[in-house]
Structures are given as structure tokens and as C-alpha cells.
Design a protein around this ligand. Structure first.
Ligand SMILES: [Zn+2]
Length: 451
């Protein structure tokens, strides 16, 4: 990394640390409003798509700009980005990188990221070098305070879909990339040789490392564990924390932006120093909302009032750390993984059940459950896969069945058919989603959809 580049990372780092000293919510909001107005003016000047979308609405009314989503973003890709990169160009670069596992792809100095999803429904994201370096500084400031002073060896696990993470590789910080798709024993051997002080990985991988640590095949105990890219299920969290006797930190980062990170107390806070997040309330009583993101730190592919496909739960009590950034209880999963079960009093009506309710119900049923997956296959049909030691299998299945039926009854749904299956841990190019819906919902009015 050259001096100028290091300076960009360092200045974002310092800026993040300075902003972290703001203690008043009002002060934060005022500062944000200024940043957003300045950003919107730039976006209007540089992006033809947004300029047309906002026609007739002055900058000050940015809160009433139309909300967009991934499909809008992809449809208007060419005219939305501000550097004139075409969608097919970007897609080719991203696919080429994925196939060849070359993590330095991109177009010129612009990084192309491809979000996961079914084919045809994948998002493409462009990040300039400047933005990438600033991003690295922000991440470091939030997750490794003191990073520029301490010597750290960071092991970064990722799928081959972006070179976003290669930016930090200088001075006292050493970053090594680990391929998530490599065989587990090879990864463990590499970790033993590298001896990382920090591990950044999806929870499914942290779990594998945890297993290796428990069994004695891995002899390193990193100081810091950071969970990324997948929902951190309470069951996995417990397993990982018990394996290493360390708290698990979390990053809520998607190709759409760096949205939240845990503070020293382990609470997730929205990164309101780089993004503004509006809450589309899904359930006010439970504090559940879908985030609408305005990222005022990125101009290459501006993200203004962009609706994510995720459900978050806001924390009720403020975090004892005193941060004015919104505290989040949990990231519950994708809107698409809400279960819809027919109502008992009117089977033509569907009642949504949040993924975290399903997780908690299963986990609470028995302490013998080591891993699980719950999948809604049809309106009244659910398959539950459990990894549980043989002697406890039958009783665990009975208890889970009983508690799931009770959950449905309390929610006002019909009883459901539950099939049990052995848990098959398949590693591969798929994100772990312990609760997921494969049932099509074409005819179901989606209460969290964009009507
Ligand atoms: Zn906090």
C-alpha cells in the first residue's frame, strides 16, 4: 500500500474514532443531515437515474424520494452508477473473478462485488479504490480499536465474490485470506501455521474452527472472533463462545454497505456515521423493522433510500456503552424467510411468523440439539433437521414437535405437519440459513413486501 492509500485508510480510521466521541443523538442527527444533503447534491449531479427519479423534489425533501430495491438497482445499473460502467461489463468481471478465484478483479481500480442470491437475482456493486480504503479504515476503527498500534494477524474467510477485503495489508497489520470452500482440515492446518490473532468468518466457519479447537486439532486461540456474512444464530453463538471462551463480535455488512458492528459491550449498533437508516416498521411492539439505507459515504454506486430484504429487531434498552448509534437486538434474517402459516379461523388468510421465533422455539426445546434447520416447504408443512445424539433423538423430536405446534397455536395458526430429518451439514457455496422458507408465496399478500 502506498503512502497516499494508507493515508486514506488512516483518515477514515481517525474520523470514525472522532465521530465515536459524539454522545448526543441530536448532535448526531444534525451532523448526518448535513452529510446527506451534501451527498444528495453530488448524486443528483452525477447519476442520471437518480436525477430523473427525484425530478421535482428539492434536496431538502430527500425523505420523500422514492424507495428503491435490488431489482431497481439492477434494472437501471448503467445510468445509476456515476462512473459509466455497464452492467454486462461488471457482471463479466465479477463472474470471471468468481470462477478463477482471482481476488483482484474489477474494472480499472474499481472493485466489482456480486451479492449472493439465486441466479438472476444477484446484485452487482461497484466500489472505487478510495471508497475501499476508507471502508477498511472504518471497519478497523469499529472492530479493532488500536489496530494501528498493535500487531495483529487477521485471518479473513470469504467466499469468492469480491476483493473488497484485500485492502488492508500494511504495517503492523497482516491480512491473510482463507478460502471458505477449501477442505476443513487444510484450513485448520493453515490456521495453525499462521496463528491469527483475529478471525473474521461466517458463523458456520467459526463453528468448524470451534470444533477443531475443542478436539485439539487446532492449537491457536485468537483474541478476537468476528462473525460476518450470515445470521449469527443463538445456538452457534453459544457454541463458538464456549469453544474459545471469548465473546463473538458481529459485523452486519452486505454488498449494499457496512451497516452495523458490535461495540465493546457486544451490542450491535447501526453505523450511523456512514449510513442513514430509516425503519420500515414490520411489528412495532416487537421492534421489528426492514432497513431503508441511505449510504452517504459512497458515490461510485450511490445507495439512496434502498430497501434491504432483511428484518432487524431494535434493542429496547439503550446500550450501556453510551453510543448514540441505534442499538440492535438482532439481525433476524431475510424477509423471504418469514414463515406464512394459514390462520386457524380462516385458512385463506396467512399469519407471518418471524424466523427468530422459530429458532428460539427449536433451541429451547432441548439442550441436546447440536445443530438444526427448519424449512417451510408448504403452507402447513415444515421439515426440521436435527443433529442430536442418538439416545436423545426421539424425545427431542417429540418436544420440538410439541413446542412448534404450541407456537402455531399461540400465533393463531392451524396445526402444521412436521417431518423430521437427520441434519446434513453440507459445506459449499451456500450461506447457512437455519430458518428458511422454500414455499412459494405468489398468492400470499406479503405484509413486509412493498405492497
Ligand atoms: Zn454499545
Amino acid at each position: 500500500m502506498k503512502m497516499k492509500q494508507l493515508a486514506l485508510t488512516a483518515s477514515a480510521y481517525i474520523r470514525t474514532r472522532m465521530l465515536g466521541r459524539i454522545r448526543s443523538r441530536d448532535q448526531l442527527l444534525q451532523w448526518q443531515e448535513k452529510q446527506i444533503l451534501r451527498h444528495i447534491a453530488r448524486v443528483r449531479a452525477l447519476s442520471a437515474y437518480y436525477r430523473e427519479l427525484w425530478q421535482g423534489l428539492p434536496d431538502e425533501q430527500w425523505r420523500s424520494f422514492p424507495v428503491i430495491d435490488k431489482s431497481d438497482m439492477m434494472t437501471h445499473f448503467d445510468r445509476l452508477n456515476t462512473i459509466g460502467i455497464r452492467k454486462d461489463e461488471a457482471m463479466n468481471a465479477a463472474l470471471r473473478a468468481e470462477q478463477t478465484r482471482d481476488f483482484r478483479p474489477g474494472i480499472g481500480s474499481v472493485t466489482v462485488g456480486l451479492s449472493s442470491g439465486t441466479s438472476g437475482n444477484r446484485g452487482l456493486f461497484l466500489v472505487s479504490e478510495r471508497e475501499r480504503l476508507a471502508w477498511a479504515g472504518t471497519v478497523l476503527a469499529k472492530l479493532l480499536p488500536g489496530a494501528f498500534a498493535r500487531r495483529e494477524r487477521v485471518a479473513f474467510f470469504l467466499r469468492a465474490n469480491s476483493n473488497l477485503y484485500q485492502s488492508v495489508n500494511q504495517g503492523r497489520l497482516q491480512f491473510v485470506y482463507f478460502d471458505l470452500l477449501a477442505p476443513a482440515d487444510k484450513l485448520i492446518a493453515q490456521m495453525n501455521a499462521y496463528r491469527p490473532t483475529v478471525v473474521v468468518a461466517p458463523p458456520s466457519m467459526l463453528r468448524i474452527i470451534g470444533e477443531a479447537h475443542r478436539s485439539g486439532s487446532m492449537n491457536v486461540r485468537p483474541n478476537r472472533l468476528i462473525s460476518v456474512a450470515e445470521v449469527l444464530d443463538p445456538l452457534d453463538r453459544l457454541y463458538i463462545e464456549e469453544s474459545f471462551i471469548r465473546p463473538v463480535h458481529q459485523v452486519y455488512q452486505c454488498t449494499e454497505g457496512f451497516l452495523a458492528a458490535t461495540c465493546e459491550r457486544g451490542t450491535l449498533h447501526l453505523n450511523e456515521d456512514v449510513v442513514y437508516i430509516e425503519k420500515e416498521v414490520v411489528d412495532a411492539e416487537l421492534g421489528k423493522f426492514v432497513p431503508i439505507v441511505t449510504d452517504f459515504s459512497r458515490i461510485t454506486q450511490p445507495i439512496i433510500r434502498y430497501r434491504l430484504n432483511d428484518i432487524l429487531t431494535e434493542r429496547r434498552e439503550p446500550c450501556p456503552c453510551g453510543s448514540p448509534y441505534t442499538a440492535i437486538e438482532s439481525i433476524d434474517g431475510r424477509c423471504d424467510d418469514l414463515f406464512y402459516i394459514p390462520a386457524a379461523d380462516d385458512p385463506a388468510r396467512f399469519i407471518p411468523i418471524f424466523p427468530d421465533f422459530i429458532s428460539r422455539t427449536v433451541i429451547r426445546a432441548s439442550e441436546h440439539i447440536e445443530e438444526y434447520e427448519v424449512e417451510q416447504l408448504a403452507a402447513d408443512h415444515v421439515r426440521i433437521s436435527l443433529r442430536v445424539e442418538a439416545p436423545y433423538k426421539q424425545v427431542t423430536e417429540r418436544t420440538v414437535e410439541g413446542m412448534m405446534q404450541e407456537l402455531c397455536r399461540q400465533a393463531g395458526c392451524v396445526p402444521i405437519r412436521i417431518d423430521f430429518a437427520p441434519y446434513a451439514s453440507e459445506r459449499g457455496d451456500r450461506k447457512l440459513r437455519r430458518v428458511r422458507r422454500t414455499m412459494r408465496t405468489a398468492n400470499i399478500p406479503d405484509p413486509v413486501g412493498r405492497g
